[in-house]
Design a protein around this ligand. Structure first.
Ligand code: HEM
Length: 353
């Protein structure tokens, strides 16, 4: 009887000892983690100044996740034209004002040509294509190919102007058939811009109620909203949530839908193409793929799919949003309506490329 009690007492005291030991180890681990996070939350030496950084969250609490532009403006008043913020654990440098921007992207262009590859948009586009590609051989090869091929198909030339004028007839028809009704100018301009670039990429103009254009434009619009919204910023800040079923998953689904459309188109083109006689951008790329064979270049069919979507998107969202902004100004300042001059394409292709 006594010996059993003694034994139980022994067990009890050793389990208390183990528990205390576990609590101590846990507290030490927590302390080390805290010091590590605190240390990591300091700006590196010579890094631009900025607001104090919180562990894990960085400066997220200093920013309006819906639209941080006003916050950047406010922070630049305290920290100067070049300052830094932490988006969660990731450092970012914000450049304000023409002089600083010119120095970064014109004078020191090569130093600033890289693009981050660990963001939400990179995962959605599988790190392929051109518009978000990092500075390196793949970006250089695809940029050069885009510049040359788009020009061959009329970009920046009279033939493109004719194509735009033809498309405008459909826009006028849309407007005329909508008299007395409501209409989304965003969808209208997206459809028009998308159709112009579709003719270059796929050699086809689509009716506005065609599934191809309807679905792709809808996916582009939705993905732009998600990529510029709070969920993309949360995704970028917290890698641990990447695989969770949260609202940003919709962007991956949309990208997959668009990819499937283009995969289908490319497969159809492969059946009817005549090598060396390209009908459109995709045919040119297929010719280039054949020409290069296994030369170890960055050209591949998987690239072609995202590349076409990239160019489709680059030519649609930007053009449409520029037109929307222009028309908004014209509506607000009616006295300039008689003298609008749009030469968006000419400016863009003169400067960016
Ligand atoms: C109003 C219309 C447009 C605007 C405001 C616009 C704006 C821009 C900007 C700001 C960039 C630089 C992005 C960066 O370096 O991160 C860019 C790049 C690019 N744009 Fe446009 N764009 C327009 C129309 C177009 C059109 C019609 C196309 C044709 C498909 C196009 C194709 C591209 C491509 C391929 C790049 C990537 C160039 C590179 O990586 O060097 N853009 N655009």
């Amino acid at each position: 009887m006594y010996s059993v009690t003694a034994c139980q007492g022994l067990h009890l005291s050793s389990s208390v000892k183990y528990r205390n030991m576990f609590v101590s180890v846990f507290l030490i681990w927590l302390f080390v983690l805290f010091i590590f996070i605190l240390f990591k939350s300091q700006r590196p030496k010579n890094f631009p100044p900025g607001p104090p950084i919180l562990p894990v969250l960085g400066n997220l609490l200093n920013l309006n996740l819906e639209n941080p532009l006003k916050d950047f403006d406010r922070l630049s008043k305290s920290y100067g034209k070049v300052f830094s913020v932490y988006i969660g654990p990731k450092p970012a440098v914000v450049i304000n004002g023409l002089k600083a921007i010119k120095e970064a992207i014109v004078i020191k262009a090569a130093d600033f040509s890289g693009r981050p590859q660990d963001l939400f948009v990179n995962d959605v586009t599988k790190r392929k294509g051109v518009i978000l590609a990092d500075y390196g051989p793949s970006w250089r090869e695809h940029r050069r190919f885009a510049l040359m091929t788009l020009r061959n198909f009329g970009l920046g030339k009279k033939s493109m102007e004719n194509r735009i004028n033809d498309e405008i007839q459909y826009t006028i028809k849309t407007l005329e058939s909508s008299i007395g009704k409501t209409l989304s100018p965003r969808v209208m301009f997206h459809n028009a811009a998308s159709n112009i670039i579709c003719q270059v990429l796929f050699g086809t103009r689509y009716e506005y109620d065609d599934d191809m254009i309807k679905v792709i434009v809808q996916c582009f619009t939705e993905n732009t909203r998600i990529a510029n919204g709070p969920w993309a910023m949360i995704y970028d800040s917290l890698p641990i949530i990447h695989n969770l079923p949260l609202p940003f998953r919709k962007a991956f689904k949309n990208a997959e839908i668009c990819e499937n459309y283009v995969i289908h188109l490319v497969n159809e083109f492969k059946k009817t193409r005549v090598p060396g006689e390209p009908r459109h951008f995709v045919d040119c790329y297929l010719d280039e793929l054949e020409k290069r064979g296994d030369d170890g270049s960055s050209f591949s069919e998987a690239q072609l799919i995202i590349y076409s979507l990239d160019l489709h998107f680059a030519g649609t969202d930007t053009t449409s949003n520029t037109l929307l902004t222009g028309f908004l100004y014209l509506m607000n300042y009616p006295h300039v309506q008689g003298m609008p001059v749009f030469s968006v394409g000419a400016i863009h292709f003169g400067r960016t490329f």
